[in-house]
Write a protein that binds this ligand. Structure first.
Ligand SMILES: COc1nc(N)nc2c1ncn2[C@H]1C[C@H](O)[C@@H](COP(=O)(O)OP(=O)(O)OP(=O)(O)O)O1
Length: 163
């Protein structure tokens, strides 16, 4: 089965999270965190930091690996590693891929302008709680979901099984 590995980083301050509006490519016109494909030769965390820098200009030292979302569609599988962080340096700047970038209160997340699966697992990410999610899409519609709360060790175990 064809498989792609992606990252998705959420920067937070108090009860706000930074989201960007995707200007081009996959998910254009939808709000999301910052991320993309992991490139050959880099670790998942390195890929996550690189994409955050490219898309928002923010540098980050530490990321918390809060979740793994597996998307299944026909004969493809996409695995998205979800990270959170509270500490960034450098100045926030929109990019060619994400513009504008805006702080959203946790109680005001624009779910109606996001991938339909976001509302299923964002609440875990916003609470910084670990989770595993499996989502099946047929076209743009979700047909199956499984969201499992877990702990940091279980994330590491799944990570090892994916290598
Ligand atoms: C299908 O469901 C999805 N839901 C959510 N919430 N997020 C998703 C979904 N599928 C992918 N994503 C995330 C994962 C990545 O962070 C981005 C897609 O990354 P992209 O295709 O833009 O990857 P890049 O490497 O940046 O692409 P370029 O080749 O254009 O640089 O969306």
């Amino acid at each position: 089965m064809k498989q792609k590995i992606y990252t998705l980083v959420f920067v937070k301050k108090q009860n706000e999270v930074l989201l960007g509006l995707k200007v081009r490519g996959f998910g254009v016109g939808l709000w999301n965190g910052f991320g993309g494909k992991v490139e050959q030769g880099e670790s998942i965390q390195e890929g996550a930091k690189r994409e955050l820098k490219e898309e928002s200009n923010l540098d980050v030292d530490k990321l918390k690996h809060v979740g793994i979302v597996t998307y299944k569609e026909d004969f493809c599988r996409a695995i998205v590693h979800v990270f959170t962080t509270h500490n960034t340096t450098s100045h926030l700047k929109p990019s060619e891929e994400m513009n504008p970038v805006t702080w959203y209160n946790f109680s005001n997340i624009p779910y109606q302008k996001m991938w339909p699966d976001a509302k299923l697992w964002y609440p875990y990410m916003l609470r910084d709680e670990h989770f595993l999610a499996e989502i099946t899409y047929v076209g743009n519609k979700i047909t199956e979901t499984l969201i499992t709360p877990c702990n940091a060790n279980e994330i590491q175990t799944v990570l090892k099984s994916l290598v």
